[in-house]
Ligand binder design. Sequence first.
Ligand SMILES: *Cc1c(COP(=O)(O)O)cnc(C)c1O
Length: 383
Amino acid sequence: MSGRDDAAFRTKGEEQTVKAGVCAQEKETAHAWERNIRRVTPYVPGEQPVGDRLVKLNTNENPYPPAPGVRAALAAMDTADLRKYPDPTASRLVNALAGYYGLSPEQVFVGVGSDDVLAMAFLTFFNSEKPLLFPDVTYSFYPVWAELFGIPYETCPLDEDFAIDPRNYDRSNGGVIFPNPNAPTGRLMPLVQVEDILRHNQDVVVVVDEAYIDFGGESALPLLKRYENLLIVRTFSKSRAMAGMRIGYAFGAPKLIRAMQDIKYSYNSYTMNLPSILAGEAALKDEAYFKETVGKIVATRERAKKRLAGLGFTFPDSMANFLFLRHKTVRADELYKALRARQIYVRYFTGPRLKDYLRVTVGTDEEMELLYCFLEEYLGAPV
Ligand SMILES: *Cc1c(COP(=O)(O)O)cnc(C)c1O
């Protein structure tokens, strides 16, 4: 087993130790070709259980359907066009995004979900011997990409209230990435602090992952004019209710976007399929529907904060479509199991600072009512 394999196995908890044990046994019968297999500790996506009676609050999906225009655009699509490769530049979607956000098409990159866009950003921009910096509690895909692409990285601790401290990013590094609002905490960093990080890091690319910005945060978009090293990454998966379509995008200076395209075309040119391009374009046209559904989620979230505080939960003040909850007496893993037994799915992460918390996606009011109802019963009726 190479040093790299060892390191990958050592980073995780008990489960991995067990796996490493199994691996050690397997190694005795391993074939020579197996030694050449690249081994990584993969990102673990939230589960996608099937059934109609379950309440699914585990992967931050939007509880409402996409804009009605999306259905119309897909119905109007000529399936004969699927014969051809899609437009590698996805220009219809790029132009629609540029128009919507008041940018030029040269400032827009699109990909198969923001996971694809982020992976391309890691490959393109984090190419230094110095460490990439990101928060210790954040999107768990960042360390996975860093490991996969051989990018050195260091994490910066969040403070006791789960806030990012910009001063931690004021040191020599090979790049910076953080989500705003952060995941899985939901905490929003004020724009002045985002700018502070940019101001102290003008010699590297700074990526702001705005997967949840539409739920009440202030976007870094206006900073694009002043910082050519800023890349903003967004997605249709959350606020636009299209996780199943896999549409992600990024904004940045034309130089940054061109560099990402060069990497993308060297890897897989035709990433965005025709239905995604058409559906994405259609979604952007219905501003009223977008505002209405995002507004409903925000209202449900604010009601949830009150209800859950009343049930004995504490949480960072979320500006995303999820809440990061800790109960004052009941353990998170116990609650997770009890909820699951009732077909209510939420996300539970292991790890030193995460194991006391549950991440609960904001669903419809009806779904949230089922959650409160169960919690009231399980935790004992509030006095
Ligand atoms: C959901 C999420 C993404 C990825 O979303 P896609 O579905 O791949 O667009 C990226 N970053 C964060 C922080 C997320 O929570």
